[in-house]
Design a protein around this ligand. Structure first.
Ligand SMILES: CC(C)(COP(=O)(O)OP(=O)(O)OC[C@H]1O[C@@H](n2cnc3c(N)ncnc32)[C@H](O)[C@@H]1OP(=O)(O)O)[C@@H](O)C(=O)NCCC(=O)NCCS
Length: 210
């Protein structure tokens, strides 16, 4: 049994706590930078910073922060201390034996990661998201509930793909971009833009989420 510290005592931690394999991990508590509470969801908030944890190497870690940039900040911090990050993969999800998933990733309830898909580090694949065969998803992405990226789509680092959006064709979504909820993406999306609608069009330069 390994002792697990969860970074981030917010809403997303609810899903994470539900999907942890408790035969392998025992939750020691949360680190939360901003919370003044002593506990969250019945679990102690043991620190407001990583620096105040003694014997850091004794624990493994999971970052339960939805915001991609903030999650990246914590990922880089944990890596700089050479600490162990785990994946949280819900038992109801289906991850092909021919798919590759990095470290620090979340795969939620009924999500599917199909054959030959490659997922980077620190990426969220939320409830019922579908990553089809051969997709390449970068680090620090957030693939929201019920979104679909069809076969061989490429998603750059840090992008946020909204709920129930869908891609059509073997296209590329750039880095640190946002796809709106319900969008139908039919063309490549560049870096650092927000697209939305059917068909998806640029609504803002700069990513609004993530
Ligand atoms: C795309 C999104 C990021 C834009 O947010 P925003 O920058 O605050 O945008 P605004 O609300 O100011 O809307 C800007 C314009 O885009 C339109 N728009 C916003 N979101 C849209 C969407 N998903 N589909 C179609 N049009 C959308 C608005 O109607 C508005 O149009 P107008 O200028 O003609 O009035 C946001 O609406 C969205 O879809 N977020 C995804 C949420 C989600 O999936 N969460 C998952 C949680 S797991």
């Amino acid at each position: 049994m390994k002792e697990l510290i969860i970074i981030g005592a917010g809403g997303y931690a609810k899903s994470v706590l539900d999907s942890i394999d408790y035969s392998k991990y025992e939750v020691e508590g949360f680190i939360d930078e901003f919370s003044k509470k002593k506990e969250h969801l019945g679990i102690s908030i043991i620190a407001n910073s990583l620096e105040s944890i003694k014997d850091k190497e004794k624990y493994c870690y999971f970052i339960a922060i939805g915001n991609n940039k903030r999650r990246k900040y914590w990922f880089d911090k944990l890596k700089s201390y050479n600490l162990e990050l785990i994946n949280v993969i819900d038992k109801s999800s289906i991850v092909s034996k021919n798919a590759t998933i990095g470290t620090g990733c979340f795969v939620g309830k009924f999500a599917v990661v199909n054959s030959k898909a490659i997922i980077g580090d620190n990426t969220i694949i939320n409830t019922r998201a579908l990553v089809e065969h051969g997709c390449k998803v970068g680090n620090h992405c957030n693939l929201s509930t019920n979104m679909v990226i069809n076969g061989d789509v490429v998603v750059g680092d840090g992008s946020f793909i909204g709920s129930s959006s869908v891609t059509i064709g073997q296209l590329t979504i750039g880095a640190w971009s946002t796809v709106g909820a319900g969008a139908v993406v039919i063309r490549n999306v560049g870096d650092n833009v927000t697209v939305a609608g059917v068909p998806a069009k640029i609504i803002k330069e700069g990513a609004m989420l993530g």
